[in-house]
Write a protein that binds this ligand. Structure first.
Ligand SMILES: CC(C)(COP(=O)(O)OP(=O)(O)OC[C@H]1O[C@@H](n2cnc3c(N)ncnc32)[C@H](O)[C@@H]1OP(=O)(O)O)[C@@H](O)C(=O)NCCC(=O)NCCS
Length: 167
């Protein structure tokens, strides 16, 4: 099991992952390929955006690949917070392939992402989830998340916010 950066090598895995995910919004959305004509276009945009551009803060995105070279999850690490990310989104967002859920992979991908956050010298990592997302809250708490005040968005949706202290 390892984290890899997207590349042409993972094109077919990425496409089948997105198909399996279905119509709901892909999380993290940075891995959405639907608006690009070619996979090369997606990759160009993905790495340009990671440098921090306009509304985007600098970030790094990785795929979690299992020992059979299957793509089981995706994670996006925001290197810094802006006002929006401070309320919703935080430093780390992740998603797991629907058929691979409930096997501990989200717990693993967040743990791997925290190692990357350490390398990036982020002392305290913010991770958020919708109040209804019991699975994600468990993943965050298992990785040391300490709950802060929730944020309520303009539609009344409650977002739980957790900090994970690294240094
Ligand atoms: C939320 C999500 C990441 C969980 O992934 P996962 O790989 O199934 O999580 P894990 O297997 O590591 O599970 C961790 C814990 O949460 C529990 N859990 C997972 N999904 C759950 C659910 N839907 N309801 C209740 N508990 C759940 C597991 O049983 C486990 O608890 P345990 O350790 O007490 O047994 C996955 O469902 C997903 O990708 N959802 C869509 C995207 C998303 O919500 N991302 C998070 C944004 S904050």
């Amino acid at each position: 099991m390892r984290l890899v950066e997207p590349s042409m090598e993972w094109q077919n895995e990425h496409k089948s992952y997105v198909e399996e995910w279905g119509p709901s919004r892909l999380v993290p959305s940075s891995f959405n390929i639907s608006k690009f004509e070619t996979y090369a276009d997606f990759l160009d945009n993905f790495f340009a955006r990671q440098k921090g551009d306009g509304n985007w803060v600098p970030s790094s995105g990785y795929m979690l690949i299992d020992d059979n070279k299957a793509l089981v999850g995706m994670v996006d690490i925001r290197h810094e917070l802006n006002e929006d990310l401070l309320q919703i989104g935080g430093h780390v967002g992740y998603g797991i392939r629907p058929t691979e859920r409930g096997k501990g992979y989200a717990t693993r991908i967040l743990a791997e992402a925290l190692k990357k956050c350490k390398e990036l010298n982020i002392p305290r990592v913010l991770v958020t989830c919708d109040k209804e997302n019991i699975g994600s809250a468990k993943v965050i708490i298992k990785n040391g998340g300490v709950e802060d005040e929730s944020f309520i968005d303009k539609d009344g949706k409650v977002i739980r916010r957790f900090w994970i202290q690294l240094f």
